[in-house]
Design a protein around this ligand. Structure first.
Ligand SMILES: Nc1ncnc2c1ncn2[C@@H]1O[C@H](COP(=O)(O)OP(=O)(O)OP(=O)(O)O)[C@@H](O)[C@H]1O
Ligand SMILES: O=P(O)(O)OC[C@H]1O[C@H](OP(=O)(O)OP(=O)(O)O)[C@H](O)[C@@H]1O
Length: 211
């Protein structure tokens, strides 16, 4: 038998919806649901194997071709900018990148170089470069909203979903940067070598999404 098609899934927030999608296609994801500490999981009765990884690692594994496909947020794709095909918008994991800061601040006022805190330096840099605006970027690993509150930064570029984190901390969105949702990505060589199998899976996914 042909070796299984290996698909890397992002652990955490996207996990439940991704497994839900695979199950809606008729795949038995028992091994994934009951994984324990196991990291490579077979999908019974299908020539598929699931790998669970952190978002950035999903891209690394797909880029290197050790996984044929992956499910990852558009945020990570924009930040890492790798070489692979982004073939399907899966419609879940919806949120957005936004520029935000202290409520009532006029972000663009004044002439000094602004400081931006973010977990996504490449996204933030590209956003301000497109405006021709010089900014200083400070990389923060989490709870990015703290940076303007502590006066480390004039603004943040971060993910906003419900807006509660901003609201509860006296912050607001100044400007939307980009919409985000989960995407299906495919290794460029895998798409050539395993075209029939990959295309058939994508057709199934698209049919399910259009239901
Ligand atoms: N409110 C949200 N905050 C962050 N990510 C979200 C949100 N809603 C959907 N997402 C999507 O879920 C993906 C995974 O997020 P998750 O928080 O599970 O992992 P992470 O960003 O790598 O954080 P951690 O470092 O805590 O594991 C994000 O890359 C993004 O595409
Ligand atoms: O608009 P909301 O629904 O409030 O969601 C947005 C928040 O969720 C994410 O943080 P996460 O929980 O991943 O923690 P982190 O800040 O440590 O990355 C994101 O960075 C925002 O802080």
């Amino acid at each position: 038998m042909e070796k299984p098609l290996r698909i890397a899934l992002t652990k955490g927030r996207l996990e439940k919806d991704t497994i839900g999608l695979l199950e809606s296609l008729g795949f038995d994801c028992t091994a994934v649901r009951e994984k324990g500490r196991k990291l490579i999981l077979p999908i019974r009765d299908a020539n598929l194997e699931v790998v669970l990884a952190k978002a950035a690692d999903v891209i690394t594994y797909v880029e290197h071709g050790v996984c044929d496909m992956g499910v990852v947020g558009k945020d990570t794709i924009m930040e890492m900018n790798g070489k692979f095909y982004e073939l399907v918008d899966l419609g879940f994991g919806k949120c957005k990148f936004a520029l935000a800061g202290k409520k009532g601040d006029d972000f663009y006022a004044g002439i000094g170089v602004k400081t931006i805190a973010t977990k996504y330096p490449n996204v933030a840099r590209a956003f301000f470069e497109a405006k021709g605006m010089d900014v200083e970027i400070v990389k923060i690993e989490g709870s990015v909203e703290l940076a303007p509150l502590l006066d480390l930064a004039n603004g943040i570029v971060d993910i906003v979903e419900t807006g509660s984190t901003l609201r509860e901390n006296g912050l607001e969105v100044f400007e939307d940067v980009a919409p985000i949702s989960a995407r299906l990505i495919v290794n460029t060589v895998s798409l050539k070598l395993r075209q029939a199998q990959i295309e058939s899976l994508i057709e199934k996914i698209e049919a399910q999404l259009n239901k």
